[in-house]
Design a protein. Sequence first.
Length: 190
Amino acid sequence: MALGILLRTVRTKRKPREARFLTVTWSDSEVEEESDSGDEIENYTAFMTSAVETTKTSSKASDTEKSDESDGVVGSVEEESDDEDISELQQAYNQLYKESYKLANTNVKLSKRLKEALEEVDFFKKERGLKKALEDKVQKLETELANGHLSFKKFDAGSRKIDEIWNAQRTSFDMTGIGYKEKATTSFNN
């Protein structure tokens, strides 16, 4: 943004007080060259200062005597005084401008850091959500694995029993396992 300066000296005819005003405003008359992003935050700052100079008043007779005696000298003193006041105002303005420029740069840097920090916070929130979803999925898979191990143990135990029976190779007529004795005693003696 371009900085426009309006320096105005307000004078009234032969009044004891003279008021001077320096008004500083932002001007949009020039094209902005630093526009690198659409999300740029714009801050407007206006500075205004006033300087009031009082002169000693005296009687009208002494005023006319002074003006008659040294018209040229009084005018040159006033011009020097005006030049000094303007230079003081210009120095004050330059100092304020430098400070505002530093503050604007600091503000831009802090805005960028804030934007980066907010993006980082969003990234970590998404990462935390993803981590939570993955932890839930891991817990679910661990539960399924535990259930699978339990089922496998049941099938394994049944398989061992079948293997034992199969390895014993008993015939279908073998009834020793149910308490049958091979020798039968008969009660008939004839």
